[in-house]
Write a protein that binds this ligand. Structure first.
Ligand code: 6LW
Length: 526
């Protein structure tokens, strides 16, 4: 088979059959760092938004026709005038917990940007793919996780973590009166947050998360006669939690509800997949899961949240399979590509060397808040990433990033390939290898520890960083323990992002491949 035929075969394999040919679907429905999902439906289409923290562009927007297959159609905040993330803003700062709604013929998106001089901001769009408006600021609305709901009088209620509530003018951002504390979940439970308020029938429901976004995470609900209560807690609270269980999906919480056209109800929520020994390390960040909801005594009952789920009672409506290769031949960048804090127009180009992505250095490494980095979320527990990097005018390479203090890099320049591991306050160069001038294929294999091989200190995965030779041989320079690029080690709210960067001068990247693998290292459908 020629290289071209091999690539076509790989793409065909990647497309795969509709995912519930066997009557099941796989959770998470949006893998990788896609936390705090908020969902709404317009006719037959569902739309979903997630948090994006220090990454730019911010707030990925997805579309689905069946709740299971999701396609990223854009990022709501894709201009500096909408999203400013200054270098002094720490990682895991930035954009938290959107609420996405459709009301009065428009999409409404409200978020908190926790960067200095930012705060609560509201955006609107007629098309969820964009363009989204300039921000309307709500300077007096304090607290993260803002929700928007409209009552039958057209009044707009903004509910935030705490749980606090105030009526607002969504066009000007002004509050009507002071915020008041409303139902705040189980007495003594930490972090009542992630509120969403819904009118369902003649009752108002207040859905919240509590227990914190770690292993104690839970979803609870209350109901009342009016948007501001008084609220009566559900006797079965929490209506969802995996705390204290051996379930493979943990930290379940931060949920939102949606009704399908057939009248059935569904919940989207965040969860994580810890791997390795104890205490368990999750490396992909918090991901988006789907669960069915039924109603008993007018209270929602959440179905099982498992990796393999019974399919919804409608046919699958798959979306185009993401391509394995981004060959940087078209103008612009696919919305899945993100940069750290900003992506100034003068730090990247697709026209300097047509068919290549050209990156110009700012910060001198991934330790710097303003590094020139273009990456995508790691979405599979095991995967293989390769990039063809030409260092003719600088030094740069391929990196797996958790934050500034936790990343593994393989870079090429000055006749050397080197592997650098940034682990908190230490930064060893783990391996070096001379290479002849010219483009080099850099490769990272992420291999999850096989299920069933558990021992108390086992790592969640290993990362092999090396050179892919043109004859097809992989030359691994280093094998590193993945736990150091996990949320349990690094802290914060994010997960891994894998991409290309430049540390000095200018580098060019011809293509970037991302291939999901199974535990045996075989290429899978994405
Ligand atoms: C978010 C909070 C949470 O604001 O984590 O899981 C915070 N829930 O509701 C950041 O994603």
């Amino acid at each position: 088979m020629s290289v071209g035929q091999q690539e076509t075969a790989t793409r065909e394999r990647a497309a795969g059959p509709p995912r519930w040919a066997d009557g099941t679907f796989r959770n998470p429905v949006i893998p990788g760092m896609h936390p705090d999902p908020s969902i709404c439906r317009v006719g037959e289409e569902y739309f979903l938004a997630c948090s994006s923290f220090e990454y730019f562009p911010g707030v990925p927007i997805f579309r689905s026709l069946d709740l299971v297959h999701w396609e990223q159609i854009g990022n709501a905040l894709d201009r500096p005038s909408q999203l400013s993330l200054p270098p002094q803003m720490p990682s895991s700062g930035g954009v938290y917990a959107p609420t996405l709604r459709h009301h009065d013929g428009r999409f409404w998106l409200i978020v908190t940007n926790v960067a200095p001089d930012a705060g609560t901001m509201l955006f609107t769009a007629t098309d969820a793919a964009g363009p989204w408006s300039e921000p309307v600021r709500l300077p007096d609305v304090a607290g993260i996780d803002p929700d928007l709901a409209w009552d039958e009088n057209g009044d707009c209620w903004c509910t935030t973590a705490g749980i606090h509530q105030v009526r607002v003018d969504p066009h000007t951002g002004r509050m009507h009166g002071p915020p008041r504390r409303t139902w705040s979940g189980a007495p003594g439970a930490q972090a009542p947050e992630a509120p969403h308020l819904y009118r369902i029938g003649d009752l108002w429901y207040l859905l919240i998360a509590e227990g914190g976004t770690e292993r104690g995470h839970a979803v609870s609900i209350a109901r009342g006669p009016a948007p501001d209560g008084p609220f009566e807690p559900c006797p079965a609270n929490p209506i969802l939690t995996h705390r204290g269980t051996h379930r493979p999906i943990q930290n379940t919480g931060h949920a939102d509800l949606v009704q399908a056209p057939d009248g059935s109800w569904w919940m989207v929520l965040l969860g994580v997949r810890p791997g390795g020994g104890t205490p368990g390390w999750h490396v992909l960040g918090r991901e988006t899961y789907l669960a069915p909801v039924t109603w008993v005594d007018r209270w929602p009952v959440v179905g099982d949240v498992s990796p393999v789920m019974p399919a919804p009672p409608w046919p699958p409506r798959p979306v185009p399979a993401p391509s394995v290769r981004d060959d940087f031949d078209d103008a612009g960048l696919h919305p899945r590509w993100v940069s750290v804090r900003s992506r100034p127009a003068d730090c990247w180009s697709k026209v300097t060397r047509p068919g290549w992505l050209t990156l110009h250095a700012r910060g001198a490494s991934l330790d710097e808040p303003d590094v020139t980095f273009v990456g995508r979320r790691q979405q599979h527990l095991s995967c293989r990433v390769r990039a063809l990097v030409d260092p003719a005018e600088g030094v740069g390479g391929l990196a797996v990033r958790l934050d500034e203090r936790h990343h593994y890099d393989i870079e090429v320049g000055d006749g050397l390939v080197r592997v650098v591991a940034r682990l908190g306050s230490v930064r060893p160069t783990v391996a070096t290898r001379p290479v002849p001038p010219g483009p080099v294929q850099l490769r990272v294999d992420v291999l999850a520890s096989p299920p069933g091989s558990w021992s108390p200190c086992e790592e969640p995965d290993v990362l092999r960083l090396g050179i892919q030779h043109p004859d097809g041989d992989f030359d691994p320079l280093a094998e590193l323990d993945g736990r150091y690029l996990s949320t349990e080690v690094a802290g914060g709210f994010t997960g891994r992002v894998i991409g290309v960067y430049v540390a000095s001068g200018t580098v060019h990247v011809d293509w970037f491949d991302y291939e999901p693998l199974d535990v045996a290292g075989t290429i899978l459908a994405p």
